[in-house]
Design a protein around this ligand. Structure first.
Ligand SMILES: Cc1cc2nc3c(=O)[nH]c(=O)nc-3n(C[C@H](O)[C@H](O)[C@H](O)COP(=O)(O)OP(=O)(O)OC[C@H]3O[C@@H](n4cnc5c(N)ncnc54)[C@H](O)[C@@H]3O)c2cc1C
Length: 430
């Protein structure tokens, strides 16, 4: 067995890259193994890159707010050189419509608890600030072939929450590349076009990995950050046997729709969270909108059994559904002819919270079930994973000591990210 590393990370998505950076900076000997030829080409590459602070629980809000501070100082966080090509955080604000389903109340309560600022807008304020949107109540969301979808609304939405600090990163792959370049500068060894075939165990502990090319690498600890492939890797050695949280892979489509004449999305655009029409959109360069469903209609979700086999084209059905819903909210939109967008996989937990934890196998750690929400928090998640791995390697149960985010000094209880938690009730994808 080739002697490889103290800590071996499987996967060079935004989470593996962030963990590599935090661990390498802390002085660990880190090797990252990635089967693709580039960094950030898995689910990270299809991410909408939305960085929003609202969520249905306090810790998710707090971590997002801590991450926003990092995205605002990306070059400083990375200690990047003056010529480095860096991902850019664009602040556009998030407008979370009050769809009458209780979500805005929960989000407001969570933001208050996390001491994260937000505004409550009245209908008059919404109409004045975003005059191109029709704020009539179309919901609750129904399929577009339901007659109710086409009926004329008789009332208006009562209001919305607005978080001016939210925004997006238009090139999520570049953000992962930036993190990994910083990890390399801190000493991490990144091996691309190298696939892990299986985890190697001896006497109940992980001792390394076997590669698809037949080589074997040893490691004192292995972090599985393989996105939608994590479950299969862990399951094959029985490492999910004590999980209380079920996970699944969900195919997610984002559509790219040109803005109608008269709207400059770079100036007038907002990240719209629309539980009334089951939409979630943000401005996209080229004067367009990028977005998809809000996840509120489970019957519109497609579960994928094999993460290597799914259709990467935007489907006619989804395109029609999403653009028609968007056209209700933006009456001048029209229906564009070209069907363009992005398709990727969510590695989703049943309660839409990630799993950042050890496993029942000694030395084997996991960062999975990022549930369509963890691009935004990734710079903080790397440090959280460092906390989990360092504590456990030193023989301490990481859950007994809170994680303190180095960038903010804020404390987090790690129980929320445990594989052993009871699924959170009432948690929304948001
Ligand atoms: C369509 C879509 C929209 C999203 N929008 C948002 C958003 O707006 N905001 C937000 O915060 N989050 C969003 N997300 C979620 C976010 O993108 C993910 O949570 C995040 O990118 C997950 O990163 P990861 O590193 O865990 O996984 P990945 O990026 O999938 O990385 C895992 C890596 O592991 C590699 N790998 C797998 N198996 C092996 C193996 N056997 N050997 C070696 N390498 C292996 C893969 O090639 C891959 O590069 C979205 C996700 C999708 C799919």
């Amino acid at each position: 067995m080739e002697n490889s590393a103290e800590i071996l990370i499987i996967g060079a998505g935004v989470i593996g890259a962030s963990a590599a950076l935090a661990l390498a900076r802390a002085g660990h000997d880190v090797v990252v193994i990635e089967r693709n030829s580039g960094v950030g080409d898995g689910s990270t590459g299809s991410s909408a890159g939305i960085i929003r602070v609202h969520a249905s629980d306090e810790q998710s809000v707090a971590m997002a707010a801590d991450a926003v501070a990092v995205w605002n100082d990306w070059a400083g966080f990375l200690d990047a050189g003056p010529d480095e090509h860096l991902a850019r955080f664009v602040r556009c604000g998030s407008l979370i419509l009050d769809a009458g389903n209780g979500f805005t109340d929960r989000a407001a309560e969570s933001m208050r608890a996390a001491v994260v600022p937000f505004e409550a807008w009245t209908l008059a304020e919404m109409a004045e600030r975003l005059p191109y949107l029709d704020f009539r109540r179309f919901g609750p969301p129904v399929p577009i072939d339901d007659e109710a979808f086409w009926s004329e609304p008789t009332e208006y939405l009562p209001g919305a929450l607005y978080t001016e600090q939210s925004g997006y990163v238009g090139d999520p792959t570049l953000a992962a590349v930036n993190l990994m370049d910083a990890a390399r500068r801190a000493g991490a060894d990144v091996r691309l076009s190298t696939e892990v075939a299986r985890l190697e165990l001896r006497a109940g502990r992980v001792v390394g990995v076997a590669l698809a090319d037949g080589r074997r690498l040893s490691a004192a600890a292995v972090l599985v950050a393989a996105g939608p492939h994590s479950d299969a890797l862990l399951r094959s050695v029985g490492a999910t046997s004590d999980f209380r949280i079920a996970t699944r892979r969900i195919r997610e489509e984002l559509v790219h729709v040109p803005a109608p004449p008269g709207i400059e999305t770079a100036l007038d655009g907002v990240h719209l969270v629309d539980g009334d029409l089951n939409l979630n959109f943000r401005p996209e360069h080229g004067n367009a909108f990028l977005g998809g469903s809000n996840g509120d209609l489970p019957e519109e979700q497609t579960v994928v059994e094999d993460p290597d086999r799914f259709d990467r084209r935007v489907s006619a059905a989804n395109w029609e559904r999403t653009t028609l819903r968007l056209a209700r909210r933006i009456p001048d939109l029209g229906i564009p002819r070209a069907r363009t967008g992005v398709v990727g996989l969510y590695d989703a937990a049943e309660d839409w919270l990630p799993i950042y934890d050890r496993t029942c196998v000694e030395g084997l750690f996991v960062a999975m079930a990022t549930s369509g929400t963890q691009f935004k928090t990734s710079p903080v998640v790397g440090e959280l994973l460092r906390h989990v791995i360092e504590s456990e390697l030193e023989g301490r149960d990481h859950t007994t000591v809170p994680f303190v985010a180095p960038t903010s000094g804020r404390s987090y209880a790690t129980e929320q990210f445990s594989r052993l938690r009871e699924p959170r009730v009432g948690q929304a994808r948001g």
